[in-house]
Design a protein around this ligand. Structure first.
Ligand code: ATR
Length: 288
């Protein structure tokens, strides 16, 4: 049973590091909602029981982080097309005791670029995606859906890039989008006619460049001067990739906005108001 005090949260294991509580609590206060959003540590073996407990306690829904983004799908009555295609649910809405799974990472990725560069058009672009993990799947789905004409995927483990290309082949064909795979060693070989030299948008979806991880070696000179560079890493905010791109005069999009924007549709579904992302919120989350 749901009451007027709206409860939501994020489940994960571990979950302490999650910035989602700060983000949603900020919007709860801003929109003067009666509610709370908390981090709930859920070990894998307790997922089903603890989710039932959230239903019983009247939760409006919850976000899902590692390692539950795939396993939660088995508990959902319905999964939207985006989550099904990406293969991960990051947001659940609870209605009448049933779980409805969504993926808002795709929206977060696209909206982050749109908010930072309102003039940027995805239609007809050539995109180069570094990485082939879960984040890459959301990015590639978003690019296909937004009208990219060519998406090149490159990953250290080439087989994973081949798998993603195969799994999105039908969807890409329906959207007149060409998917191809490039060897990781060729990611920045930018001779005319090579994928990097024709790139309109480069997206790093690997963990390289994140604080505590190895740096990403990428020569931005391989890209044309019209290219935009986007990193989904946001700690540090200006990764070496983005700093190099900016120094070369390329347009850049930082990664924090993807986290902020993906949370908006979830908040709207639970609390009934579509919240805004602004600099104040961005600073607050970055400092946390
Ligand atoms: P996520 O779900 O956040 O995308 P992930 O599934 O662990 O996380 O994917 C991490 C990505 O970073 C992968 O593309 C991974 O490459 P592999 O598939 O070869 O593992 C990439 N990555 C991580 N460490 C890397 C490194 N040292 N060099 C190159 N790529 C790396």
């Amino acid at each position: 049973m749901q009451d007027s005090f709206i409860k939501a949260g994020v489940i994960g294991y571990p979950v302490k590091h999650s910035k989602s509580p700060l983000l949603h609590e900020h919007w709860i206060t801003r929109h003067q909602k009666q509610g709370a959003y908390n981090a709930i540590e859920v070990p894998p073996e307790k997922l089903e029981n603890m989710v039932q407990d959230l239903i019983d306690r009247g939760y409006a829904g919850f976000n899902i982080t590692l390692p539950h983004k795939q396993t939660i799908m088995h508990l959902c009555t319905d999964i939207d097309d985006t989550a099904r295609a990406v293969g991960a649910v990051n947001t659940v809405i609870i209605e009448d005791g049933r779980l409805y799974g969504r993926n808002t990472d795709v929206f977060g990725f696209l909206e982050n670029i749109r908010a930072a560069h309102p003039d940027f058009a995805f239609t007809g672009i050539h995109a180069l995606v570094l990485g082939a993990g879960g984040a890459a799947r959301a990015v590639i789905y978003g690019l296909i859906d937004a009208g990219a004409k060519q998406i090149t995927i490159t990953n250290r483990t080439r087989a994973k890039a081949d798998d993603i290309a195969a799994s999105f082949a039908d969807l890409a064909a329906q959207h007149d989008c060409r998917l191809s795979v490039l060897d990781w060693d060729d990611r920045d070989s930018g001779d005319a006619g090579a994928a990097p030299a024709e790139t309109d948008l480069l997206v790093n979806t690997t963990s390289l460049g994140m604080t505590g991880k190895p740096s990403l070696s990428y020569d931005v000179n391989a890209l044309p001067s019209s290219a935009m560079v986007c990193d989904i890493v946001y700690a540090p905010l200006y990764t070496d990739l983005l700093s190099d791109a900016r120094a070369r005069g390329l347009r850049i999009t930082t990664g924090i906005g993807m986290l902020l924007h993906q949370a908006k549709p979830a908040f709207a579904a639970w609390f009934g108001v579509m919240p805004d992302v602004d600099d104040l919120l961005e600073q607050k989350i970055l400092k946390a």
